[in-house]
Design a protein around this ligand. Structure first.
Ligand code: DAT
Ligand code: MG
Length: 136
């Protein structure tokens, strides 16, 4: 059964010229891009997106970073798209991520780990509504 996930190519990924790499991996996997936009987030949108982390010590830094420069937001669709993209992305900690994954190939720091992918279909529904309120 087809599902949708929200993918972000975070400001570090855009700044480092990794948009093509990430999109290429999504397409080669067979997932379909059904929405895509380059934009700079305002603080309220960033806080809404990361609401589950509001009490964490790194929340301020996280909001600062994700609003610091343009990111690319995508809605990606396919069979088990949530799990499929999380597998492409690798683990939250890039050093623990296997080479061959986006984070395993491109990052060293937890705070600058190139991409976001929704962690469940409940999360993807919530996140897609934040980024593309009128589209789905
Ligand atoms: P993921 O992005 O793999 O879903 P998460 O939802 O636990 O990970 O955290 C969201 C983002 O917050 C993560 O991509 C980077 C940042 N983050 C998580 N844990 C962190 C930590 N211990 N220190 C700094 N930033 C952290
Ligand atoms: Mg998460």
């Amino acid at each position: 059964m087809s599902e949708r996930t929200l993918v972000l190519i975070k400001p570090d990924g855009v700044r480092r010229g990794l948009v093509g790499d990430v999109i290429g991996r999504i397409e080669r996997k067979g997932l379909k891009i059904v929405a895509m936009e380059l934009r700079t987030l305002d603080a309220d949108t960033a806080k809404a997106h990361y609401a589950e982390h509001a009490e964490r010590a790194f929340f301020g830094e996280l909001v600062e970073f994700i609003t610091s420069a343009p990111l690319v937001a995508l809605v990606v669709e396919g069979p088990r798209a949530v799990e499929a993209f999380r597998a492409l992305a690798g683990l939250t900690d890039p050093v623990k991520s296997a080479p061959g994954t986006i984070r395993g190939d491109h990052a060293l720091e937890i705070g600058e780990n190139v991409v976001h992918g929704s962690d469940s279909t409940d999360s993807s529904a919530r996140e897609i509504k934040i980024f593309f309120p009128d589209r789905f």
